[in-house]
Design a protein around this ligand. Structure first.
Ligand code: KG4
Ligand code: ZN
Length: 325
């Protein structure tokens, strides 16, 4: 079995995965959403302190598996440096105490493998990752063959939902709150511009849209928020669809997946389904509970890494807030 730890942002999570079967034997996550909600976003130092309390509590529940452990895995990149270090320090301590290998996992690869929790992998795949930290399209042929073909130049898709929710004083995380508000809103009422509409670049940008929404919020009152939310969700999604359409002119999608916390967005899911129809491409999604950060996806990657003996050294495994894929 592999014990995996996730602490890259505001979720403390630990999983136990059986190597031979990919079976998830244990998974527990303690989210900090409530604690950060009053600030309208994640406060890194507060997050680190909450991880330091939560992770040992979850670990206690895993003690019965300790003698079966063959490795300990941990998210080491990307994320908040002060929160990543909480997980990495714990993983190193477990690896030394039990004399088992350590596996440093890339969180973004974790999101890709959230598709395959308790399942076999199916590649090749075109993957859209939409989370709080990332918006990128990747061609994935396997664990060590991932090519990013488009990414955000500034804010991410999920982050823009968080910021719009903050402007409206709704709380954090913004994605589910904006989605709920948008349900009864008029998507066409605010004519926000689709970002990078005339740019030939295969890239994403959300800072301009965020500022346009800010102006709209400042100029109106709360009755109009639902229409702003709906129009924002529509344009934020239209931007992704527009760039994917452009990409599909050159590369026909066969199997397409949406992963990351914001892949839970129902409007986005519907629009992507429409986009894929004429291509006859299959859409893969993670189970809703594994879209947002969790340790089960880290454990699933770790099973592959364990089999390939992709171990990290205790001395050199460090946290890297930014990642290169
Ligand atoms: O993957 P995740 O849990 O953490 C990161 O790796 O960043 O993603 C969290 C992000 C937050 O920005 C949150 O607002 C967004 O995912 N999110 C959504 C929805 N649910 C979560 N964004 C849009 N619509 C949703 N339904
Ligand atoms: Zn994530």
């Amino acid at each position: 079995m592999i014990l995996s730890i996730e602490s890259s942002c505001d979720d403390s999570a630990i999983a136990i995965t059986e190597i031979a079967t990919n079976k998830l034997l244990f998974h527990k996550k303690i989210s900090q959403e409530l604690e950060h909600s009053v600030y309208g976003g994640v406060v890194p130092e507060l997050a680190a302190r909450l991880h330091a309390e939560a992770l040992p509590r979850i670990l206690e529940e895993c003690e019965l598996y300790f003698k079966e452990l063959k490795a300990v895995a941990v998210t080491s990149t990307p994320g908040l440096a002060v929160t990543l270090i909480e997980g990495v320090t714990m993983a190193k301590a477990i690896a030394v105490a039990l004399n088992i290998p350590l596996i440093g996992v890339n969180h973004l690869i974790g999101h890709i493998y959230s598709l395959f929790i308790e399942k076999e992998t199916t590649f090749p795949l075109t993957v859209l990752l939409v989370s709080g930290g990332h918006t990128q399209v990747m061609e994935v042929k396997g664990l060590s063959d991932i090519q990013t073909v488009a990414k955000s130049m500034d804010d991410s898709f999920g982050e823009s939902f968080d910021k719009v929710a903050k402007m409206m004083g709704l709380g954090y995380p913004g994605g589910p709150l904006i989605q709920e508000l948008a349900k009864n809103g008029d998507r066409k009422r605010y004519n926000f511009t689709i970002p990078l509409l005339h740019s030939p670049k295969l890239a994403f940008s959300y800072s301009g849209l965020k500022n346009a929404v800010r102006l709209a919020v400042e100029e109106t009152n709360t009755e109009d928020y639902k229409d702003i939310a709906a129009s924002f969700e529509h344009i934020a999604t239209a931007h992704l669809i527009h760039k994917l359409k452009k990409y599909f002119k050159d590369v026909q999608p066969k199997s397409f997946a949406i992963v990351g916390g914001a892949s839970a967005n129902l409007y986005l899911r519907g629009q992507i389904e429409e986009l894929l129809k004429p291509h006859g491409a299959k859409l893969l999604l993670s189970e809703l509970k594994y879209c947002s950060d969790n340790a089960a996806m880290i454990g699933r990657v770790a099973v592959e890494m364990y089999q390939k003996e992709m171990f990290s050294s205790f001395e050199t495994l460090d946290v890297a807030p930014r990642s290169n894929i």
